[in-house]
Design a protein around this ligand. Structure first.
Ligand SMILES: Cc1cc2nc3c(=O)[nH]c(=O)nc-3n(C[C@H](O)[C@H](O)[C@H](O)COP(=O)(O)O)c2cc1C
Length: 170
């Protein structure tokens, strides 16, 4: 799929078929994700690949969003602030690690579309609940979850602000 076409076609999907995800598709998603840029190329983020149903249920509970458990697979992106702080100090800890994780999750979200699967960015959750669910270190910050599966819905496009309002031309 052409890149612009992918961006136009992407929708947040919150209903999934129970069909499993092929290993080759998951591999493609993760390899494309790993191409994301990061500050100093430090990749100050970590990814949990969750298919265990107990953990998926715990993630859905932490987000209070039951559809998360319906997806056969969820990727959870954490910022690893210490990894960026070693080179960039406070800016690495408080900003770059979050940006690294966010960009990687964005790459993943778009990569998921390229292999014909659906996802939605889930950012509303209890941080401690997500950390506990995957048993991550306390100093990593959960940034986003991407529940992934074959879409069981075809959502309509959502509105966007007008560029005239959004872009401040100087
Ligand atoms: C930072 C962020 C947090 C979000 N958190 C949630 C969430 O917790 N649950 C959810 O269902 N959708 C969540 N979304 C998805 C947005 O609601 C969705 O992207 C937006 O409504 C536009 O719809 P579209 O993705 O179909 O274009 C989040 C999106 C972003 C970027």
């Amino acid at each position: 799929m052409e890149f612009a076409e992918l961006l136009h076609a992407r929708r947040s999907v919150r209903s999934f078929e129970q069909r499993p995800i092929e290993a080759a598709k998951l591999k493609t998603i993760l390899e494309l994700t790993n191409l994301a840029p990061s500050a100093g190329n430090l990749q100050a983020y970590e990814i949990y690949q969750v298919s265990a149903s107990k953990v998926r249920a715990a993630l859905a509970h932490a987000a209070n969003q039951p559809f998360v458990a319906q997806a056969p697979l969820t990727l959870v992106f954490f910022a690893n602030p210490g990894r960026s702080a070693r080179k960039f100090g406070t800016r690495g800890r408080s900003l770059y690690a979050i940006q690294d994780a966010t960009i990687a999750a964005t790459y993943a979200m778009l990569a998921i579309g390229t292999v014909g699967l659906g996802t939605v960015w889930v950012g509303a959750f209890d941080d401690a609940g997500v950390t506990r669910a995957v048993n991550a270190p306390d100093d990593w910050i959960p940034v986003a979850m991407l529940p992934i599966g074959y879409a069981a819905e075809a959502p309509a496009p959502t509105e966007r602000r007008n560029l005239d309002e959004l872009v401040h031309v100087l």
